[in-house]
Design a protein around this ligand. Sequence first.
Ligand code: SAH
Length: 372
Amino acid sequence: MSVAPAGAKDTRKNLIGLTREELAAEIAAIGAEPFRARQLWHWLYHRGATDFAVMTTLAKSFRAELDAHYRVERPGIARGQVSSDGTRKWLLHFADGQEAECVHIPEEDRGTLCVSSQVGCTLNCRFCHTGTQLLVRNLGAGEIVGQIMLARDQLGEWPSPKDDRQLTNIVMMGMGEPLYNYDNVAKAIKIAMDGEGLSISKRKITLSTAGVVPMIRQCGAELGVNLAISLHATNDELRDVLVPLNKKYPLAELLQACREYPGAHNARRITFEYVMLKDVNDSVAEARELVRLLAGIPAKVNLIPFNPWPGAPYECSSDEAIKKFSDVIFEAGYSAPVRTPRGRDIFAACGQLKSDSVKKRARERAAEAAVS
Ligand code: SAH
């Protein structure tokens, strides 16, 4: 299903993405009393209202005043797909025409939303399709928290339910490097955690990073969300190739930042993601080395079968290699689930939906140019 893109021509300021303090300042600027900001927050983030007209606890004249100055906007949906296992993928369309992806993964006892933090990515990890996309920009706080709100719209999950939610967990694991857009990501996460709004606890939020070491410290101190590290290699030589950011922040520094991450006790372990690349990083010796590296860190390991894309320089490891690798991790006392691919019947690698859409539009433009 497609939803009209966010209001590109609407010059009113979007209220989504403002912190409580910023919202209060806006309200004060149009002469309303401070408690109105709290009521407005409730409508926006607890009730999910997108139209001031329905905000019946606010005086009619105030609603009209709000409508004159502000809008309440989510990203638009350029394309939506639902897989047979219930996984949904949305190609988001932002007001400036840029696109990114967002995925909802339902499971028996929870539902996880994979949220993007940037259009494209600057990291150029060798196996990642998003890194092949040239254009990069940070998403604003409203565009990030707006993904959660859009998912709630699509799942029919307003007002914010206390129990039995279809959307329980957030993973900052979509397109982009969240710690390279820290301010906007932090703002969006703080809004998501607010108990009088979306009310998603920090225990249910995981931020995944390729290893921006100084920002890991700040993230731990300010947000205290769960941490996931895209590790993918057990020595600097290989990691420099797979995750070039490693040249700036090598393994020893990265693992030290993990050891220092607050609340890293048994109930809140750090997740280490490890993409399984055939004959590249999948030997039993490397599994043993991984165990050695993780000593002293409360950790779990997510083994991710490589999701191929056209022109990718790697292949996925065999089931047998993955099993052997996971046995070594498991025998060392770590949980080592193989993250079963979801929605594979229709989805390709993260970022491909966007690439396809960009290519399609380029073809359309070329066709238009040819006839004019
Ligand atoms: N920049 C952040 C978050 C985005 S990537 C980070 O690096 O953690 C989210 C996860 O998907 C990362 O672990 C990434 O390495 C992995 N990933 C990217 N492309 C993949 C592919 N083709 N197959 C399997 N996993 C992939």
